[in-house]
Design a protein. Structure first.
Length: 225
């Protein structure tokens, strides 16, 4: 049976950075499920389907073939055969993903793909519903969070480094809105699974968070650290 590690948490908690580092360290495959929801959102944006138009979304879902492949250990997302990885990390696509991931038709399709991947492969999978819904039997479940202020400041620094002129207050407001939506949707809302361990990354470096989770994984896998 494959060894599965589930990492859930709100936007900006550091899930992907930490999951990538852990996957490299352990030789596991990192599966970024947010990128799959983003690829679907990108598809809806391209088709000019409104985020509130559930019947159009239901009708369009089958026309979006989302697959992932790994190139030099890095996840690449393909939408109907085209590599769209480079188009997915914008605020527009992120917000659309948060808004369209509420629809059962979207979730059903992507959850099936995620479960298929994890069945045969040792994965570290991050998202919002991995420990609660996608991989309820994962051997390790982590709920990674950080204060809203910490997450907003990280995003602010990231955008500054890209040469943009971000507005910290606006970023903080967007994060709060996204958290609210992800935590209050009807289907598979973001929440800590009963058997997930809480890690708060506020005030910790990436290396410290990775070390903390690696120690938990080693203990669960019965390995010496
Ligand atoms: O992790 P991210 O910012 O790339 O995710 C984008 C959106 O996708 C997020 O706001 C909610 C949705 N999502 C989800 O509903 N379930 C997941 N497992 C991953 C992401």
């Amino acid at each position: 049976m494959a060894f599965n590690i589930a990492i859930d948490g709100p936007a900006g908690a550091g899930k992907s950075t930490v999951a990538k580092a852990l996957a490299a360290r352990m030789g596991y495959v990192y599966v970024d499920t947010g990128a799959m929801y983003r690829a679907m959102a990108y598809f809806f944006l391209q088709k000019e389907i409104g985020k509130e138009d559930e019947s159009a979304i239901i009708g369009a879902v089958d026309g979006a073939d989302v697959t992932i492949r790994y190139e030099n250990g890095t996840q690449q997302v393909f939408l109907n055969g085209e590599n769209v990885t480079g188009f997915l990390r914008t605020e527009e696509v992120g917000n659309m993903a948060s808004q369209t991931s509420v629809y059962p038709a979207v979730r059903k399709k992507l959850v099936a793909l995620q479960q298929k991947l994890a069945k045969t492969t040792d994965v570290i999978m991050d998202g919002r519903d991995i420990g609660t819904c996608v991989l309820p039997d994962a051997q390790v479940k982590i709920y990674l969070t950080a204060s809203t202020q910490t997450r907003a400041k990280r995003r602010f620094d990231e955008l500054l480094a890209k040469g943009e002129m971000p507005d910290l207050k606006q970023i903080e407001a967007d994060i709060k809105e996204r958290d609210y939506r992800d935590m209050h949707r009807e289907m598979s809302p973001l929440m800590q699974a009963d058997d997930a361990l809480l890690v708060d990354s506020s005030g910790l470096s990436v290396d410290e968070v990775v070390a903390r989770i690696a120690a938990i994984v080693d203990e669960r896998a019965g390995r010496e650290p």
